[in-house]
Write a protein that binds this ligand. Sequence first.
Ligand SMILES: Cc1cc2nc3c(=O)[nH]c(=O)nc-3n(C[C@H](O)[C@H](O)[C@H](O)COP(=O)(O)O)c2cc1C
Length: 352
Amino acid sequence: MSAYKSIRNILFKFEPENIHNALESILQAFGSISIVQDILAKNFCYSNEILKNQVCGLDFYNPIGLAAGFDKNAKMIKALSALGFGFLEIGTITKTHQKGNPKPRLFRFKEEQSLQNAMGFNNDGSQEVSSRISKIYPYALPIGINLGKNKNISSENALKNYEDVLKDFLDLGDYYVFNLSSPNTPNLRDLQNINFVQELFLMAKSHTKKPIFLKISPDMPTDEMLQVCEMAIQKGADGIIASNTTIDYSLLSQPKSIGGISGNALRAKSRAVFEELARAFFNKTTLISVGGIDDAQEAYRRIKMGASLVQIYTGFIFKGPSLCKNINSKIQEYLIKDGFMSIKDAIGADLK
Ligand SMILES: Cc1cc2nc3c(=O)[nH]c(=O)nc-3n(C[C@H](O)[C@H](O)[C@H](O)COP(=O)(O)O)c2cc1C
């Protein structure tokens, strides 16, 4: 049994959110100590020229990112930067702080290597988070800032709410993500329509030239999803992140009645959504794939399907801190075996 599996057996005896909060405190406290960072980096980071790429003008030393939601309040950036990720996405952050939905709101399905969460954008709010990250700017890795709408803001006032939260991070993000796809804020997904997306990107592009992505749900009808993405791209979105969690509860044997599913149960659905997206928009915009990726085979598959970068959340919980290193070293092997000189050449290779 691997060392992490033994630790995991203990960690998984506790309520998922409590463990997350405990690990957050530990990583926050020790992550800023440089000797700790050195030890972590020595054990968990993997680098090779073949994995390096420039995407949207940003330098990535490997293509594996941490998906939004793990470090909602940007308390763990230093430690996570030493755990082998090529980039990190913090948030979702809202303009004012929120407690989120009542607990319990995070559920673990060990056999199915999946999670179901109904967190509801619990976060410290943009003032506090921006002040926190301003102290460590510029960062060691590209940092994306994932932005959301406060629960108490109506759809009519959503545009202003997104504008306000974006404005608090204009000097602090390497890239931005508009999250319209969480299933845990009532009516948020309704904003995934061409009118709102048009206004959103026109607004955002008037404030910043930095890359801005739209993160979409895997639960939209394909035509509608493609239309919304097309509009976002037309109005200046630099890329699409697919996907958020799913509310297709048929994917778990004993689902809870709230929240979105992630991990293995989401994998095939997320991959299918990504396939449609890549078919429509590869070479027209930058695509990031997320959902059920927890090994090199799946990560490499998404890259060859057209993903410039991939992200992981649930796999990190189930497989532990060696995951990025394992994936990256294996991807390097796959690239060499397939005769690619650089990861850049593999992106979208299956579409060509
Ligand atoms: C507990 C939890 C909280 C999440 N919170 C957010 C969030 O705040 N914003 C967001 O865009 N996605 C959030 N996500 C979705 C992930 O970023 C990711 O899109 C999804 O989990 C699929 O990837 P995975 O299968 O690798 O977990 C969350 C996921 C989980 C499991």
